[in-house]
Write a new protein. Sequence first.
Length: 266
Amino acid sequence: MASLGQLPNAPLIYVLAQIVFTRVPKMGSYWEDFHQAIFDRYPQALTERIRQIQLQDEDEASTSDSIRWNMLDREKREGIILAPESLIFHATSYTTSDDFFDRLEFVLTKLAGILPRNIEVNRLGLRYVDLLLPSEDLPVDEQVSGKLGSISLDDVGCAFQKLEEVTRYTTPEKGDLVIRHRQSLGSDILPGDLFPTNMKNAPLLEKEKPENATVGLIDFDHYVHLESEFKPGVIIDKFKTMHTISSKAFKITTTPKARQLWSKTK
């Protein structure tokens, strides 16, 4: 596939769903059973140790290590990151939300069958990252709506270099939707907290970029806090509601001309 999603020329490059739950102190003794349960779909595994440094005052610093387990499909386009208090399901290959959530539900069902009882879900997060590339007829500024977009100061001799906007909304689900919009002439457009991943990049990221042209990015980060039992069906229903909100936000924050561009076959 040359792009992700249902649009033939879609800007989507990355999708992530996160479930934060009650910390499991001995997750290290469960993860191999979990990996065995999903091995046919996600055979590759990698253990990561992350060292965190905490500054307590000017003179002292403490360190702590955390561990998490990465599992990937054979193509390295879809993966799982399991930690003692969370699971991330992410992909650089995406057709429809229904397909994505079906795969996620399979993973959650396998995990629910292995974890101890009385696990409570505390937070759900759903994130979509779109890369905006200029075309001959449509620069990045004309792909975003409203206040989104750079303001030219060419008349006073100031050349554009980089734009960053962060807007936070409260959603009907009593959650938060944070939209981050970036434009840059440089190569630092990708969110540092997400990239690089252990997966292969989306095809759009491998596409040759026009020289001296502004590239854009819209990052939809939607999350809700809740107190719920770890029930895969309930979690998926909540994610689908969150997806509907994020999808409508995407349509509002992008222009009809941009969506027409993305609907064209190459």
